[in-house]
Design a binder for this molecule. Sequence first.
Ligand code: ZN
Length: 415
Amino acid sequence: MEIGKYSWGIGDRFTHQAEAQLKALILAKNAGIDIVPVWNKSNREHTFIHSEPASTRAAADAAVNASGWEGQYFCDADHINMNNVDRFMDTCDFFTIDVAESIGKEATSEEIDAFIKANEKYIGNWTIPGIAKPFVITEDEVRNIAEKFLFAVKEAAVIYQYIAKVKGEGNFISEVSMDEVNDAQSPVEMFFILSAIARYKIPVQTIAPKFTGRFNKGVDYVGDIKQFAIEFEEDLLVIDYAIKAFDLPKNLKLSIHSGSDKFSIYPVMGNLIKKYDKGIHVKTAGTTWLEEVIGLAEAGSDGLEVAKKIYAEAYKHRDEVIPPYATVIDIDFSKVPKPEEVNLWDSKKFAESLRHVRSNPNYNPDFRQLIHIAFKMAADLGAVYTDALNKHAGIIGKQVTENLWERHIRLLFGI
Ligand SMILES: [Zn+2]
């Protein structure tokens, strides 16, 4: 089983928007870009919402049938580990194996020595085609990288083997993710991580490193775009080289986590994958749930009331909703409006404050981030929320499709 060149992680927290999401990919297909939809939802999200992975599969299947989609599509067990993978086994065919927590735990000295020996030819001065600056690698450096990452990759292999035993090899896509950490991985580290992945025989098709800069949830990239561009380009070239050097799957590509709304780097990524004819996977979970709230606000009357209620709850419970996402948000509370103020807003003001249109003076990224991580508050509203989604499905669906197509896909692919 091989995933297509371009794929899109379309998380759908409340499983109401699969068809509207798929519509964006149909628009892309009609414009000549084939993108594989991957419905991803993490264990964390399922837990907050009290949902099961089977519901994601059911929503994806229903959307595909209703839309007459004939291409590939997948359900991604996002950020799983050994403790929770079982829950996803029956209904997922894409597994994002998250070993961020194992980074820094040390493998045995025998394993580390064997890894260094296997990579002996990469110690010294050598180059990767396309990267002007030569790599100058010392044995100590390889040892440091092995001490930091070898155990984590081995752990990923154990999880991969466990999934493969149940589902059968070749019946699912494997991703290895290391993005939810503080330190970015350099292209050199990426090279040796891929060496380890090959050594432990994980047929990885997508890999999610931590890049330089901040990938805050649902808002634009914060960081040095020039530095990001250098790193991204080198990662593409390193992967290309590693595929041949270590006999990794030929379609191995980068997976961009917290990839939604990173508008200032989309053209950078789009140009570079075009330049080298490479694939990409972009995870955009979360951005769709915000479009639901925007749609409710746009709907006015009872819809707007539900949107305001969610915000008031989010504000009230901010100390509870922030900690699980602390490394991937940056909220300036001096710029977050009080619920009493928001309660006076009309549809337009609420929708424009939340919608990610940077040129709109009402757009408030701090307000947006707080709502982004507060989907648990909507889940707690239960039928009040889902009934509102059903009632205003038309206007919400329009927001969902437009967001993915106009602001995300068109910008990334330059169409
Ligand atoms: Zn991630």
